[in-house]
Design a protein around this ligand. Sequence first.
Ligand SMILES: [Zn+2]
Length: 262
Amino acid sequence: MLRVEQDGLVWYTLASYAGLPVVHGAFTRLGGVSREPFASLNVGGHVGDDPAAVAANHRAIYAALGVDPARVVSARQVHGDRVARVGDADVGRTLEATDALITDAPDVLLVLRFADCVPVWLYDPQHHAIGLAHAGWQGTARCIAAKTVCAMGETFGSRPEDIRAGIGPAIGPCCYEVGTDVIEALRAAIVDAEGLLQQRTPHTAHLDLWRANAVQLSAVGVTHIEVAGLCTACHVDAFYSHRREAGRTGRFAVVAGLEERS
Ligand SMILES: [Zn+2]
């Protein structure tokens, strides 16, 4: 990914999206106004942070991107597998119980919140449509990234081979120790999940959620996949990590939107 710094904010963009008519990025925790343990660019409204600080952080992000805040569509993420198509009628809304958003409406900014779960961007340059998914272990076990690709196919006619996928900053295999419940769920969801699990003790393993999502995208025909390889738990200076910070932390913003094509 490429690091962007502007107006005191720092975010990462996909190298493979360079030159595409897409606004996107994974923001870091740098440059906001929230205090510890949410310092400083927290966009999570349900973590105990001051609502005025959270609102100011949102404003700073949209200002840095040059996006009208009234054009944001967001979702209350529940680690499920609901994919929602949104458009002009949804701007300003936060959809209930949704973990992936897709749109072909220009100037709509999709925004989701993260602290270890995997952000997945999906852009179809043929139909000028975009998707953004939130895949923690539960979403991964429910194949949400692949379901979002399928929803783009059904809704916009997107072909998997045209889609440019990006897997953003999330907890890496270096830090993501999981127990029997997660191991069983992943084995049930992914053929040959053993390659994604490094068994450390009889009841624990380290899970590679990045590659799990890449494997699921490949399985439905996506061939262009950029994996950031940035571990949120290794880099709590830059990102929020629910695991590393024992749940007392904020959420960083991940955004995706379409620009008008010239
Ligand atoms: Zn790590």
